[in-house]
Design a protein around this ligand. Structure first.
Ligand code: HEM
Length: 294
């Protein structure tokens, strides 16, 4: 805006900047002529909308009224055009909702199921986790719901979930396309090739994790694993959109079940099948024992 100019009118340029930004953010309007037209109508409107309501030609109020009507007509045309675009793009919207329903449903179901199994089989982990969750509930009033700060306090709980996701990644991998030729470990991946990023083998790489098959939530203490060695939610700009939502969903469920019940896994050796997500073949049967902790 100021490039190549020696003198500028600050108020006018900032006003245009603010108006352009509002048009872009609230209406996705970018076309300069369209914005300029709206902006000049707006200036007339702003000058007269707080004047005495003398509605006859020649008064500021009269001009403001006319400008407001012209702006309304423009806005209604934009709304009409957007409605038509929306109608044409209905399939895209349905596809995006389908993606969200798929991505947001089976993944966290797997996290919670594996967590319940693991806690039923590791009483020491159950006890430590219960202690953390009770500290949170004791600090709350009766009936007070969990909030974002409580979720942040569930560090050990999330370390346990993280270790379960390391050992049994819910999404076994993700796809990428090479945008340029890539040299990697003395191989050349040519531009345009499709790449499958294997989460499972990344998590079991002995160069990055000691005793890779051992269940050990303490791996996530402190700084945790080296970046990109632990990728249950993928990585880079296309990383899982729902990571924080999933964390909240899993931890809120855990808080409620562990502060009310202890449980035993009825078939501890139940097999895990990958189809494509890790699923217990019989769905995991448990016996619940309610407890009332003051
Ligand atoms: C424990 C639960 C979850 C796991 C392990 C998980 C894992 C993943 C992985 C590995 C990817 C591919 C990322 C990449 O290509 O780098 C992904 C993508 C995605 N996930 Fe999740 N996810 C989980 C929960 C959710 C939830 C709850 C939602 C939304 C409600 C969600 C929405 C998405 C979306 C929209 C993408 C596509 C992102 C893109 O392509 O830009 N995920 N997820």
């Amino acid at each position: 805006m100021y490039e190549g100019k020696e003198e500028v009118n600050v108020f006018q340029t900032v006003k245009l900047y603010a108006f352009e930004l509002a048009c872009l953010l609230f209406m996705s309007l970018e076309e300069p002529n369209h914005i300029a037209k709206l902006s000049s109508l707006f200036n007339i409107f702003l000058k007269g909308f707080l004047e005495l309501p003398l509605n006859f030609p020649g008064t500021r109020f009269y001009s403001a009224n006319n400008a407001a009507n012209a702006i309304r007509t423009e806005l209604m045309m934009i709304v009409k055009a957007r409605r038509m675009e929306l109608e044409e793009g209905k399939k895209d919207i349905a596809n995006n909702i389908l993606l969200l329903l798929f991505a947001g449903h089976d993944t966290s179901t797997v996290s919670i199921t594996l967590l319940i199994k693991s806690l039923g089989e590791h009483p020491d982990v159950y006890d430590k986790l219960l202690k953390e969750q009770l500290e949170i509930s004791k600090a709350k009033e009766a009936g007070e719901l969990l909030n974002w700060d409580d979720i942040q306090k569930m560090r050990y709980s999330w370390n346990v979930v993280s270790e379960l996701m390391r050992l049994n990644p819910h999404a076994t991998g993700a796809f990428r396309e090479a945008l340029v030729d890539i040299e990697y470990a003395s191989y050349t991946i040519p531009k345009g090739w499709k790449i499958y990023l294997s989460v499972a083998s990344t998590h079991k790489d002995m160069a990055n994790f000691e005793d890779v098959t051992r269940f050990d939530p303490s791996r996530f203490e402190g700084a945790g694993p080296t970046p990109f060695t632990y990728v249950p939610f993928g990585g880079g700009p296309r990383m899982c959109l729902g990571k924080e939502f999933a964390r909240m969903k899993v931890l809120a469920f855990l808080h409620n079940i562990i502060t009310n019940f202890k449980w035993e896994v009825l078939k501890p050796d139940e097999k895990i099948e990958y189809g494509p997500m890790p699923t217990l073949v019989k769905g995991l049967l448990i016996r619940l024992h309610p407890h009332h902790i003051e």
